[in-house]
Design a protein around this ligand. Sequence first.
Ligand code: NOJ
Ligand code: CA
Length: 696
Amino acid sequence: MNRPAPLALALAVTTLAVPASAQDDLSNKATTNVVAKASSPNGRITVTVALDGEGRASYAVQRDGKPLLADSRLGFLFTDAPKIDRALTLAGQTRDKVDTTWTQPWGEWATIRDNHNELTVKLRESKSLKREIGVTFRLFDDGVGFRYTLPKQPNMTRVNIAGELTEFAFAEPGTAWWKPAYLWNREEYLYRKTPLDGVGTAQTVMTVKLASGTHVALHEAALVDYAGMNLRRSDRPNAFIADLTPGSGAPAVSRDAGFSTPWRTIAIADDAPGLYYASRIGLNLNEPNKLGDTSAWIKPGKFVGVWWNMITGHWSWARGPEHGATTANVKRYIDFAAANRIPGVLVEGWNVGWDGDWFGNGKEMQFDRPTEDFDAAEVQRYAASKGVHLIGHHETGGSASHYDGQLDRAFAYAQARGIPVVKTGYVTDAGEIERTDADGRQHREWHEGQWMVNHYARVVTTAAKYKVSIDSHEPVKDTGLRRTYPNWMAREGGRGMEYMSWESKNPPEHEANLAFTQLLGGPMDFTPGIVSLKGSKNSDIPSTLAKQLANYVVIYSPVVMVADTPEAYAQHPNTLKFIREVPTDWTDTRVLNGEVGDYVTIARKAKGSNDWFLGAVGDEEARSTSVTLDFLDAGKTYTAEIYRDGPGADYRTNARHAMAVETRPVTKGDTLTIALAPGGGQAIRFVAPAAKVRRR
Ligand code: NOJ
Ligand code: CA
């Protein structure tokens, strides 16, 4: 793509002609000896661990006997000790296997199977410091996770990590979908599609389609008390090095020895839909739920909010004539929520601290002090009388230490007011998080550095004490910690719907990119449902109306916004039935088709009913796919309530609102043609016969 074709061809030929290990300078000096090997339960995926003649360790991944990752380096650089790299010997290996199924309190699937074989190798330096590290691999049928363990030992008590030597050396060329790391706008970049060797430094999830067609997603799982990992190109073709987010004038990671790193994950599938399922390895690699039975207080559900009018510039977060979070405005949103059986109402700008320049400065923010035009007690009484709860909002402006100082009282305040979910925010440029230590010294941190990883964890665990759930905006990326802390329900962490209001809008392919990149990491608070298709300055939103509905199924989150204004829904009443009915918690999910960045069709089964819902979204091209309804129960006739792009619908014209609504009977095994307009989508509810008689 970025590279002239003849060169790309030459590169491809070289890569194929030379055995993978021979390109590797690991093996130039000496032969590489495999010292340990393990396979996935079905035998398709194999990991080998090798040592070269200088004692440098590497791992490699094969699938169906073909190399997927060539020998890829393992090791560490430290700020205050020699690196762990050469002179390693195998000091032992152990194995384990697990086949178990666990239950999610909420999610895309009610249960998840964890079926893996485990191999741990111990590597010990034969010279000087004689340090020992462990590397544990877990091999699933659809991917591999591995992590290091750094035990406490005489020559390693405090660990100050400057970087990892960990590599991911693809054995063949491929196409990558990635977004750049370390740029000012944090995680909010569009996905780029380039050859593997055209990637700069990428955030994870990075998704790759290899020349052979195999799909791979590189990411990490259980990012706890460690620095977030990005991927930096190495000097070898198609190879990347783990790039740890720096600390502020400090090692990337500083900890007492006796810990394991996050898991580095390699999800592997034949195609894009397969990657979606394979991403469950990330959840399997996280620790089980530490919060116990949360069913009484963690409640998935939709919410409306005093929000889009701020994003379009009609209202302000700050006090003044345009202030959005007034008692009267919020009551109108409560009325709208109650009328449509939407359980939550988000209120942004309700608290003291927004009046100055809050971007990058949250020093005035108080999360237990409402503004004088927001009568919190009255609003709470009114909401409760209508069976609605408020969703709280803590915008820190990146002043994380200032927030740390009030976590307990902020969440006690929320709990006392029946607020079950708080949306947090860290709006400041990347690398500009404000941290003030106990001694008053100020630092600037990255959102994904070790200090902030620990900050987000403090917020989530403090919130749990008060039975409050968290929806983090400007978050650290999702590495599956929802399994351990199910009150960490959603994150933004990418370009959500708000960009459709602003000048640089998301292109039509954005959601089809997200489905196979960011969303492999976990739920996203995308804030769908802008049915006006109008952004700030009355700008047109490049989407069809049907796509706004489809996003409720495609983009999973247990807490989902019905993001437009009550006035907009009143103008587009044909959208409200589906928006009311679409659930946010599922027992099953099937990815029926898809290609990264082109299109995706997902069907999900509602929790607590036999209904299925389907969402399909495309890109800028018109496209028809056909799907077989083999997920429905046999012997039942369902009513398909179809919301599809209407005649002439097109994201580029005023026909973007054209939407046809129709119903038809369907049964298991029927084939449906899903026609998508340019920039279009389609949403379907399959009403099961039993559910029809029930009052919802
Ligand atoms: C950015 C968030 O993404 C947005 O949803 C929020 O309204 C503003 N920050 C203010 O907190
Ligand atoms: Ca944002």
